[in-house]
Ligand binder design. Sequence first.
Ligand SMILES: CC(C)(COP(=O)(O)OP(=O)(O)OC[C@H]1O[C@@H](n2cnc3c(N)ncnc32)[C@H](O)[C@@H]1OP(=O)(O)O)[C@@H](O)C(=O)NCCC(=O)NCCS
Length: 172
Amino acid sequence: MTTAATLSIRCFDASDTDAVVALWQEAFPEYRDTTRPHRNPHLSIANKMATQPDLFFVAELDHRVIGTVMAGYDGHRGWMYSLAVDATQRRLGIGKRLVAHAEAALTARGCPKVNLQVLSAKEEVRAFYEALGYRADAVISLGKRLGAMADAAVPAAEAKEAPEATTSPFVV
Ligand SMILES: CC(C)(COP(=O)(O)OP(=O)(O)OC[C@H]1O[C@@H](n2cnc3c(N)ncnc32)[C@H](O)[C@@H]1OP(=O)(O)O)[C@@H](O)C(=O)NCCC(=O)NCCS
């Protein structure tokens, strides 16, 4: 396949910021939701650049950023976030390659298991991960905002999503 053959996956560079923000705003509706100021793509990028920036990857095709994935390893488990592929480039195997790239980087660090979360409303994303061998664990996902965001109002839609509506294909 032409796309997969000419695709390259590399670490994020600051010069990719505008392209990554545009991609996320299209792929993740919450980044366009002004009632969720804590969903700030620029802050997400800045935080990742300060923490294991070598686990933030972009997929590039013809010098254009068309995919992203973030990973992290806390010494016990690995996590994956912000997997996104440009809407015009989906179902070409790019998401699968990004996940494989992140998995390989975690494995190279000695990480024995990777966890991730998928909103249960996103059936197609769950199908994607299941196609890659991920399976739901019998857990619920709990969360709590910390620091400056601790007092941020959680919109009803988001409150409803957590924790019951979040499936963790891999936890523990
Ligand atoms: C999820 C996402 C990254 C998948 O990227 P992709 O490049 O289209 O995925 P791939 O082409 O590598 O798919 C690999 C396999 O996963 C499965 N799959 C992918 N998308 C699917 C869908 N919409 N429905 C069902 N199965 C799907 C298929 O088995 C596919 O293989 P096939 O195309 O040969 O049938 C992409 O749909 C996306 O960016 N979605 C919006 C952002 C998002 O929700 N990210 C996840 C956050 S948790």
